[in-house]
Design a protein around this ligand. Structure first.
Ligand code: PA5
Length: 430
C-alpha cells in the first residue's frame, strides 16, 4: 500500500493543521456522488468492474499484436495517452526481448517527430491503437489519418485489421468510423473522463502490448482503492489531500513532485495533468511541477533551496530497488572514493535523499513523502488509485469540480477558427 509521511511538513502547519473534517466531507461527496461532476466518478469502480470478457479481449488483442508486429503506434493526447506512457516508461523503459516497441504519437503537432516515427515503422509490421473519447481532438485525429494512410499503403485491404479504436460507446466520428470500417474497438465508459481513464482499455491495452501484467496492475489498484476507503485521518489519501490544501492556503502555490527514478518521468506527467486539470480552475489551484533527482538538484536545486518560498515538495520513493550494485574498491584510491567502496548504489541514493530532504526543510520547503513498496505492477496500480482518489478529494476540498476542464476549450476555438474548420452543429457525429 502507498504510504504518506507528512512529518516533514508539520513544522509549517498552523495550529489548526490539515482539515480532516473537510477531507472526510470531500470523500463522502465523492463516494455518495453528490458533488459537481458526480456523473464522472465511474473510475472509482473501473478495476473491480471490468468485465471478464473485456479483459479477455484486451489480452487477446495484445497477444495478437505482440506475436505479429514489431511496433504499436498509440495515438492519443492528454488522458488518452499519459497514463499508458507513464506505465510503459516506469516498468518497461527499454522494451524486453521480443516485445514490440511502443510509439506514442498524436500528442503534439511536430512534423519532425511524426516523420521520425513514420520512418521507424515503415519497414516493420505495426499496429495502431487510436484513443480518443470525443473522437474530435485535432492532434490525434490528424496523426491517425497519416498513420492510416501508411497502413493502407502497406497492407491494402487488410489495413483495417491493424487498427484498434478506443473511444466512446456510441458518440463521435471515431466510433462511427470504427463501425463502418469494421475495426476492432474498445469503449471508454461514459462515466469516466480522460485523465481518470488509465485503468480502462485506454491504458490497459498499450500496457499489455508492452508486456506489463495488467491483471497485477488491476489487482494493485483494487487493493489500494479498498484500503483507501477507510474514513480516518490516517488514510494516506486524506493525509496527502488535506496537507497540500492546508499548505496551499498559506501561500504554497506550487507543488513539485520529485523522484529519484528516471523511469518515473512520465508518471509525473500523468500526475501533472491529473492535478492540474482537476484543480486549476476558477482562479485557484496548486501549480503541479516535476523535478528528477538527483539530476535536477544541479539545475533546480538553487531555486528550491533559495528562491521564493511558495513551494511544497512531494517525493515519490520506491522502498526497495529491483537490483543491487555496489561501488568497487580501487587500489591506491586514485579518485578518493574508497570511503564508498562496498556501499550499494541504492543505499547511497537513499542517504542522499535524506540529506536533500533535511536541507529543503531547513530551507523552508515543506516536505511530503509518498512511499510505494516496489516499482512493479502492483505498485503501479496502487499509485494510479492513490493519486486519482487523493486528487478528487483535494479538488472537492478546494471547492471545484474535479472532472471538467472548461479552460481547455479556449485554445481549440482559436485554433479551429484560424485553421478554417467548417462549422458543425452541436451533436454532429461526423
Ligand atoms: O482529461 C481529459 O479529459 C483530457 O485530457 C482528454 O483526455 C484529452 O483532451 C483528449 O481528449 P480525447 O480523448 O477526447 O481526444
Amino acid at each position: 500500500m502507498v504510504d504518506v509521511d507528512i512529518s516533514g511538513a508539520e513544522a509549517f502547519f498552523t495550529k489548526a493543521g490539515p482539515d480532516y473534517a473537510d477531507a472526510a466531507q470531500a470523500h463522502r461527496t465523492l463516494t455518495d456522488a453528490t458533488g459537481e461532476g458526480a456523473e464522472y466518478t465511474g473510475w472509482l469502480q473501473l478495476p473491480q468492474k471490468i468485465k471478464e470478457n473485456e479483459l479477455h479481449q484486451i489480452l487477446n488483442a495484445a497477444q495478437k499484436i505482440r506475436s505479429r508486429s514489431g511496433a504499436l503506434v498509440v495515438i492519443g493526447i492528454g488522458g488518452s495517452y499519459l497514463g499508458a506512457k507513464g506505465a510503459v516508461e516506469l516498468l518497461q523503459p527499454v522494451p524486453g526481448k521480443g516485445n514490440p516497441k511502443i510509439f506514442f504519437v498524436g500528442n503534439g503537432l511536430s512534423v519532425d517527430y511524426i516523420n521520425q516515427v513514420l520512418d521507424e515503422v515503415r519497414d516493420t509490421d505495426f499496429d495502431v491503437n487510436v484513443i480518443s473519447k470525443s473522437g474530435t481532438t485535432l492532434e490525434p485525429a490528424v496523426a491517425f489519418r497519416i498513420f492510416r494512410s501508411l497502413l493502407k499503403e502497406k497492407y491494402g485491404a487488410n489495413a483495417r485489421k491493424h487498427i484498434i479504436a478506443t473511444t466512446d460507446a456510441s458518440r463521435g466520428v471515431l466510433r462511427t468510423l470504427a463501425s463502418e470500417e469494421n475495426w476492432e474497438s474498445f469503449v471508454i465508459p461514459d462515466d469516466v473522463g480522460g485523465r481518470y481513464s488509465v485503468l480502462s482499455a485506454v491504458g490497459l491495452l498499450p500496457m499489455a502490448v508492452a508486456g506489463i501484467d495488467i491483471k497485477a496492475v488491476l489487482g494493485g489498484a483494487i487493493e489500494e482503492f479498498s484500503s483507501l476507503d477507510s474514513r480516518s485521518p490516517s488514510n494516506p489519501a486524506w493525509k496527502y489531500a488535506a496537507t497540500r490544501q492546508h499548505l496551499y492556503r498559506q501561500g504554497r502555490t506550487i507543488e513539485f513532485l520529485a523522484s529519484y527514478e528516471p523511469s518515473f518521468r512520465y508518471m509525473a506527467e500523468w500526475w501533472k495533468q491529473l492535478f492540474g486539470e482537476s484543480e486549476g480552475k476558477g482562479g485557484i489551484g496548486i501549480f503541479p511541477a516535476y523535478v528528477e533527482y538527483s539530476a535536477d538538484l544541479h539545475s533546480m536545486g538553487q531555486y528550491i533551496q533559495d528562491g521564493p518560498r511558495v513551494l511544497m515538495e512531494t517525493v515519490v520513493e520506491f522502498a526497495a530497488s529491483q537490483t543491487r550494485l555496489s561501488v568497487p574498491f580501487e587500489m591506491g584510491n586514485p579518485d578518493r572514493l574508497n570511503y564508498l567502496a562496498g556501499w550499494d548504489m541504492d543505499d547511497i541514493c537513499k542517504t542522499a535523499a535524506k540529506a536533500v530532504r533535511n536541507a529543503h526543510i531547513s530551507g523552508n520547503v515543506p516536505n511530503l513523502r509518498i512511499t510505494v513498496p516496489q516499482r512493479n505492477e502492483e505498485g503501479l496500480g496502487a499509485l494510479f488509485a492513490f493519486f486519482e482518489l487523493s486528487c478528487a478529494i483535494s479538488a472537492y476540498m478546494s471547492g471545484v469540480n474535479p472532472f471538467n476542464q472548461p479552460g481547455v476549450e479556449a485554445y481549440k476555438r482559436n485554433m479551429f477558427r484560424m485553421l478554417g474548420k467548417p462549422f458543425e452543429p452541436t451533436g454532429s457525429r461526423r
